[in-house]
Design a protein around this ligand. Structure first.
Ligand SMILES: Cc1cc2nc3c(=O)[nH]c(=O)nc-3n(C[C@H](O)[C@H](O)[C@H](O)COP(=O)(O)OP(=O)(O)OC[C@H]3O[C@@H](n4cnc5c(N)ncnc54)[C@H](O)[C@@H]3O)c2cc1C
Length: 294
């Protein structure tokens, strides 16, 4: 970044030159030049307000499980590091956005609360899950979300219930500079053994079909209307296709995995080759499901 950052930002907790390999589940990417890790909501607010006032572009990162980073990122990156406190009120559970998503599903089971089993196999942070309206097995966050706190792109703090139109399939209005700070799920009393059994069953299904022992970013391409991206890639004969250490998983064709040292260029080339081959074989243009940075 050529322009010096304002003192108000530099006074916040931050680290320099952190490899995205350590910040994403895929483990591919360049360097995060400026990683800001506020430990309070007030610090996060200072970050957003300062960037808004100075007209500085910035990004927000959660657990990096829906991201493919294809180069260095010079703009400041915000990654919340709020205390991991989970609060229970009746059958409602409130957690900070930086709480681990799978760990929150575990905490709900521990508290004999059912309704978050769907989350037990979705990695990343709670904030990323709310932003993405993450879901699986017929359930998604908007089904259980009753309140959430967020910063607007100007840095104003808002706490409210979800409104119609806030969330849709794997997306929400929380893009373009909004920052989720915390969320409250309305759950139901449940039997801990039954909840754990359900979570184990859902995880078993995942590990049977997904290459979870290899570094990945989940499904890379969106399912085109009425079709399945993984099936189209498989039918094009691409399972096992490799560019360096980037590979189309032989287990699940819509998972492009990092076998160890995949570079951004290798990963990009593999994505491009998959899209070109599917277009040629089926006449279908695949769109990324993951977010691509740089
Ligand atoms: C093995 C595997 C399986 C997966 N299975 C599923 C699945 O079944 N269902 C599903 O929905 N997803 C799935 N995913 C994708 C991913 O886990 C989810 O999208 C997850 O909710 C992303 O959360 P994250 O914290 O990792 O977000 P990141 O990847 O860090 O970021 C994703 C987006 O959210 C934004 N963001 C992050 N934190 C915040 C915040 N606090 N406020 C505002 N915006 C924020 C980022 O800017 C970015 O736009 C899977 C991924 C993997 C690796």
């Amino acid at each position: 970044m050529t322009r010096p950052l304002p003192d108000a930002l530099l006074s916040l907790p931050h680290r320099r030159d952190v490899p995205f390999a350590r910040l994403t589940t895929l483990g591919v990417g360049g360097t995060c030049r400026w990683l800001f890790e506020p430990t309070t909501e007030a610090e996060a607010q200072v970050f957003v307000q300062t960037c808004a006032r100075e007209g500085l572009p910035w990004r927000v990162l959660g657990g990096g499980s829906n991201l493919v980073v294809l180069g260095d990122v010079d703009t400041p990156v915000l990654r919340l590091a709020l205390p991991r406190e989970v609060r229970r009120q009746g059958t409602d559970l409130t957690a900070p956005a930086s709480h681990g998503h799978i760990a929150l599903a575990e905490a709900a089971a521990q508290a004999s609360l059912s309704g978050l089993a769907f989350a037990s196999g979705i990695p990343g942070s709670l904030g990323g899950a709310i932003r993405m309206n993450a879901g699986a097995h017929g359930s998604e966050w908007v089904d259980v979300l009753i309140r959430f706190r967020f910063l607007t792109p100007e840095g104003d703090l808002v706490e409210r219930a979800p409104a119609p139109g806030d969330f849709a399939y794997r997306t929400s209005f929380l893009t373009g500079g909004h920052v989720v700070l915390s969320a409250t799920a309305h759950l139901a009393e449940g039997d801990p053994a039954a909840i754990r059994a359900q979570m184990a069953e859902l995880r078993g299904k995942r590990s049977a079909s997904q290459p979870l022992t290899q570094r990945n970013a989940g499904c890379i391409f969106k399912n085109p209307t009425g079709q399945n991206a993984g099936r189209l890639i498989d039918l094009a004969g691409l399972k096992g296709l490799r560019v360096g250490d980037a590979e189309v998983s032989p287990q699940h064709a819509n998972f492009l995995v990092n076998l160890g040292q995949a570079s951004p260029a290798q990963f990009k080339e593999l994505m491009d080759r998959v899209r070109a081959a599917v277009l040629e074989a089926h006449g279908v243009g695949l769109e990324p499901e993951v977010e691509i940075w740089a």
